[in-house]
Write a protein that binds this ligand. Structure first.
Ligand SMILES: C[S@@+](CC[C@H](N)C(=O)[O-])C[C@H]1O[C@@H](n2cnc3c(N)ncnc32)[C@H](O)[C@@H]1O
Length: 198
């Protein structure tokens, strides 16, 4: 399968993954107080609903995406966000901020990447999440066992992601989610990983 041209997808408005709002599981995490203050990263943030949902005076939120058009859609949709919410057009795999993050939120990013990029995803996450910080993955489309081999989105599960992160991250929580976007019910699981201390 040819690699996805994400910039072209955004330019031509072919964005079938865009649910128009943050997933209920993110709101639930916030309500439970799981998202810390400090620096928060949302890789492959698309239209950036999650940046707005995560915005808080005690947090510096950084969203990154490859597409300038995605950023434009974010700015149009969220004109009034505080300056502590930043959207950078950059490649996740070469993103090297001066400081790491206390919390990283991955929803429909890992599953969108070509499977041969997964090891690089894990390596990059290891550099981006501060020791003791949390990598939160809302796994979609969740399959156990994985039956399909087509994507994106490529079906994923906890074992698959654990296999990539376990050398640098500890299991913190794996849970079913109470609620999902319409059409995604039963296909999401929450997995939180704690970055190991050196
Ligand atoms: C399936 S979409 C999900 C967007 C968003 N998370 C959502 O749930 O609506 C994947 C996003 O990742 C972005 N993306 C893909 N590869 C990327 C990379 N290497 N660096 C940064 N963003 C990337 C794409 O442009 C796209 O917006």
């Amino acid at each position: 399968m040819a690699p996805v041209d994400w910039r072209e997808a955004w330019k031509t408005g072919v964005t079938p993954w865009d649910a128009g709002a943050s997933p209920p599981a993110l709101r639930s995490l916030l309500a439970r107080g799981v998202v810390p203050s400090g620096r928060v990263l949302v890789p492959g943030c698309g239209t950036g609903y999650d940046l707005a949902t995560l915005a808080h005076e005690d947090r510096e939120i950084v969203g990154i995406d490859l597409s300038e058009d995605a950023r434009a859609a974010f700015l149009t949709g969220h004109p009034d966000l505080p300056g502590s919410v930043i959207y950078e057009v950059t490649d996740f795999f070469s993103y090297a901020p001066a400081e790491g993050f206390d919390f990283v939120w991955d929803y429909t990013f890992f599953c969108a990447l070509d499977p041969n990029q997964r090891s690089s995803w894990a390596e990059t996450m290891t550099h981006l999440v501060k020791p003791g910080g949390v990598l939160a993955t809302l796994l979609f489309p969740f399959e156990d066992p994985i039956s399909g081999t087509a994507g994106p989105p490529w079906p994923i599960n906890t074992e698959l992601v654990r296999g990539h992160v376990q050398s640098a991250f500890l299991d913190l929580e794996v849970a079913e989610v109470e609620s999902s976007h319409s059409g995604r019910e039963g296909k999401e699981r929450l997995a939180l990983w704690r970055r190991r201390e050196p």
